[in-house]
Write a protein that binds this ligand. Structure first.
Ligand SMILES: Nc1ncnc2c1ncn2[C@@H]1O[C@H](COP(=O)(O)OP(=O)(O)OP(=O)(O)O)[C@@H](O)[C@H]1O
Length: 775
């Protein structure tokens, strides 16, 4: 390990800190017991009216969340302390705040997110912020095992790293396949971003391994702490690129005591849908264009049909005629009444049925003198009902103005080249062909892809949702509950009058019926709604979030941005990514480009410059690839050096898969995680060869590196890291990716310890510096 400025402190100090830490755990246990007791009490509260019911739910939820947060604080409760100048004493910093006995004094433990804890992360010898010493306290279970001190009175600038010894030991640790929190070792440049103002759009640009994901998640925890009330109500959404990535980061916020956050990929942003279908990058890119808004508008308008010739219908043996002008008038009236397709439909239906009823009346009266007058208003209403219920009329209405779900609109559009052509004036045939997708069969339904999700959501905005049936059902349920409650009250009331012989006494005794109305009783029996804000938000597509964090944001298409901005009307967003790592064709290499349509220039940029993941030797190789991308971005500076130098081998075409398997299996025998990154055309061969040696090999978007070695495409490694990485066929990665240089850059920068490159032929020019040897 490199030299560090820390002094390892002798044992008596350790004993003193142990005493303090033991006291903190006693306080933690007491706080947990108290919160659990309060929660149990609140569950039994009678909820006599809707307001009391709401209060009960909120109280149970509040104490429940507190118990979860206190549980989460158990591991590594105290992270360190800062000693203030002028005998201000020590302030202990930890994962959660715990009060001291004297409420006027310092708390026993300051939450890492509180303003008072800030110097723990940002004080330096040059800017000590009133601190003379910073101590990192390392615990295992409840036992203090190590102290690392930094003296901040020297006035001499050091490495620029905060708590360097603690940081380097965290970075050297083997990876488990799950991201962990960095509360102990947040660096000053990261702290500034984590605590940056919640308002507006904050873009965090940084190279691989600079901690963008870590910072984004800690910022989420910070914002939940600082704006607890607003965010607890509105919720916070974290959007990530792939299901694997979401699983990789899933433990971080709960370990920080925050469970109310919704983590979702783009494919999961439509309630009830998990869109995991695959499609070509070109098709996804076309679907991601902003022009798709107009395409969908046109597709909806095309479903409001005016026939070219009159339509003849037979109702109860009478032939009725509907002229194009009748339909076009009905359509205009419906569009005026409500621009949303499904909400305008009742007006359209009403107009058409009125017209047909008029024709029906005329036909009935034909031949009879003053036939019209023979029918009174009730007769006409009965005829109208007949017309409205007639199967021929209903099927005509379904053809002229169908009720549409977003799924049906898009399925019909994709399946029919004529519909696509009508909705895409000015498009090339090649782009139109990319939208085409045959209807699935009953056995193999066409799968929705992540790029479909913003379109389905946009379509929902245009179609509107006629929820009258749902509301009617809810009202019927309520009435049924009321009836049941009334019956209960009647029984109670009846038994009282039978049991009590003394009329006078009976009048004095209040029965349940006197105290409660049927309505109250029905409410009293309602279930506790203990869903978290995140769960309620996930089930409601109209939910708008208090804050949205977008990770790997460079991959998002303009349509995806449009969806996210709709879910966050306040534009309180944290957007993190690296425009040098963009792999999708729909993504961006310029932040201005994607943000301008939604927020103009009203966004601010922060940059992260230090790489905490990739050792300097590996980063030097990746830097050549970055230079070749022409983005002009500088590679981040690695904090770790002296690891194993990267190696490259030329295997020959025939030996590639077998060698990849042998190297992968060898590395997977080490502690930590192993990934083989391959171009798509090599995946099957490499998986087959490796599984002969390691049956626990995993591949594809659900692969989990904590369970065995994984074989992944470059795009599937987005945001992840592994102790050992083998890049198989770098030329294939360059050739097969739509942004091949970016893909290779991503693949090379996933390694925390060891990098091996296996090439079937000569190395691509951008990797010439590696100096390959023959296998
Ligand atoms: N202050 C820190 N203390 C300890 N570990 C850190 C710190 N900052 C970052 N790390 C670690 O460095 C690694 C890289 O961080 P992270 O994945 O957040 O980087 P990133 O910028 O999102 O990378 P990429 O762009 O490649 O996805 C992670 O293991 C993370 O835990």
């Amino acid at each position: 390990m490199p030299a560090t400025p820390s002094d390892v402190v002798p044992d008596p100090e350790l004993a003193r800190e142990q005493e303090y830490v033991t006291d903190l755990y006693t306080r933690l246990d007491a706080a947990r017991e108290l919160a659990a007791r309060r929660m149990r009490q609140a569950i039994t509260w009678p909820a006599v009216d809707p307001q009391a019911l709401q209060e009960r739910d909120a109280t149970v939820r509040f104490h429940g969340e507190r118990v979860v947060a206190l549980d989460a604080a158990e591991a590594g409760l105290c992270v360190g302390r800062i000693d203030r100048a002028d005998d201000g004493g020590a302030l202990y910093v930890g994962r959660i705040g715990l009060p001291a006995d004297d409420p006027a004094g310092d708390p026993a433990l300051v939450d890492w997110r509180a303003p008072a804890a800030r110097p723990f992360y940002t004080a330096t010898p040059v800017h000590p912020l009133g601190i003379v010493r910073r101590r990192h306290i390392r615990t295992r279970g409840r036992t203090v095992v190590r102290l690392d001190d930094e003296v901040l009175t020297t006035g001499v600038a050091g490495s620029g790293l905060t708590g360097e010894a603690a940081l380097l030991s965290a970075l050297d640790a083997s990876r488990t396949g799950r991201m962990t929190d960095i509360v102990r070792t947040i660096q000053a440049e990261q702290d500034r971003i984590i605590r940056s103002d919640a308002a507006g759009v904050l873009v965090v640009q940084g190279g691989p391994g600079t901690g963008k994901t870590a910072v984004a998640l800690h910022r989420a925890a910070y914002l939940l702490y600082t704006h607890r009330e607003r965010l607890a109500r509105r919720g916070l959404l974290v959007v990530g690129p792939t299901p694997t990535f979401l699983r990789y980061i899933a433990d971080v916020l709960p370990s920080l005591g925050e469970t109310g956050v919704l983590l979702a990929g783009l494919g999961q942003l439509r309630p009830g849908l998990d869109a995991r279908g695959e499609e070509s990058p070109e098709a996804a890119a076309v679907k991601g264009r902003l022009e798709m808004v107009d395409v969908l508008r046109a597709a909806v308008a095309a479903r409001q049909v005016v026939p070219e010739a009159p339509v003849e219908l037979e109702v109860e043996g009478y032939r009725l005629r509907l002229r194009p002008v009748d339909v076009s008038r009905a359509r205009n009236a419906a569009r005026r009444a409500d621009p949303l397709h499904n909400l305008g439909r009742p007006v359209f239906v009403q107009r058409v049925v009125d017209t047909l009823t008029r024709r029906y009346v005329e036909r009935l009266g034909a031949g009879v003198q003053a036939g019209r007058d023979l029918l009174d208003r009730e007769d006409v209403a009965a005829l109208r009902r007949e017309v409205a219920g007639d199967p021929a009329v209903r099927s005509l209405l379904a053809r002229l103005w169908p009720v549409l779900t977003p799924e049906r609109l898009l399925t019909d559009l994709y399946a029919d080249p004529a519909r696509i052509a009508e909705a895409t004036p000015g498009w090339s045939d090649a782009d139109r062909a990319l939208l085409h997708r045959p209807r699935g069969s009953a056995t193999t339904p066409a799968q929705w892809t992540p790029a479909d999700v913003p379109l389905l959501e946009e379509a929902e905005e245009l179609l509107g949702f006629d929820d009258s049936a749902q509301r009617a059902r809810a009202e019927r349920d309520r009435q049924r509950a009321l009836r049941r409650a009334q019956e209960t009250l009647d029984v109670l009331h009846g038994s009282r009058s039978v049991d009590l012989e003394d009329e006078h006494l009976a009048a004095e005794v209040l029965s349940a019926g006197d105290l409660l109305s049927a309505e109250d009783l029905a409410d009293r029996h309602r279930e506790l709604d203990l869903r978290t804000t995140a769960e309620r938000a996930a089930a409601d597509r109209t939910w708008t979030f208090g804050h949205v964090v977008v990770d790997e944001a460079q991959e998002l298409s303009p349509m995806a941005w449009r969806l996210l901005v709709r879910r966050c009307p306040t534009r309180s967003m944290t957007v993190v990514g690296d425009v040098a790592q963009t792999g999708s064709l729909a993504g961006t290499d310029r932040w201005e480009e994607v943000l301008a349509p939604h927020v103009g220039n009203a966004w601010r940029l922060e940059e992260l410059t230090v790489n905490y993941r990739t050792p300097a030797e590996v980063m030097a190789v990746a830097a050549e690839v970055l230079a070749a991308t022409g983005t002009g971005l500088r590679p981040p500076r690695s904090v770790r050096t002296g690891g194993a130098p990267p190696v490259a081998e030329v295997t020959g075409e025939a030996g590639l898969a077998a060698r990849a398997a042998a190297v992968g299996a060898g590395l997977a025998g080490h502690e930590g995680t192993t990934a083989l990154v391959v171009p798509p055309s090599r995946r099957d061969d490499v998986v087959a060869a490796l599984s002969a040696l390691r049956p626990d090999v995993q591949s594809g978007p659900d692969a989990d590196s904590s369970l065995g070695p994984v074989v992944l495409l470059p795009g599937e490694t987005k945001g992840l890291e592994f102790d050992s990485v083998v890049v198989v066929d770098p030329q294939g990665v360059l050739d097969e990716g739509v942004r091949g240089l970016n893909d290779l850059y991503v693949a090379l920068t996933r390694a925390t310890q060891r990098l091996t490159v296996l090439s079937p032929g000569p190395l691509p020019a951008v990797l010439a510096g590696l100096g390959a040897v023959a296998a």
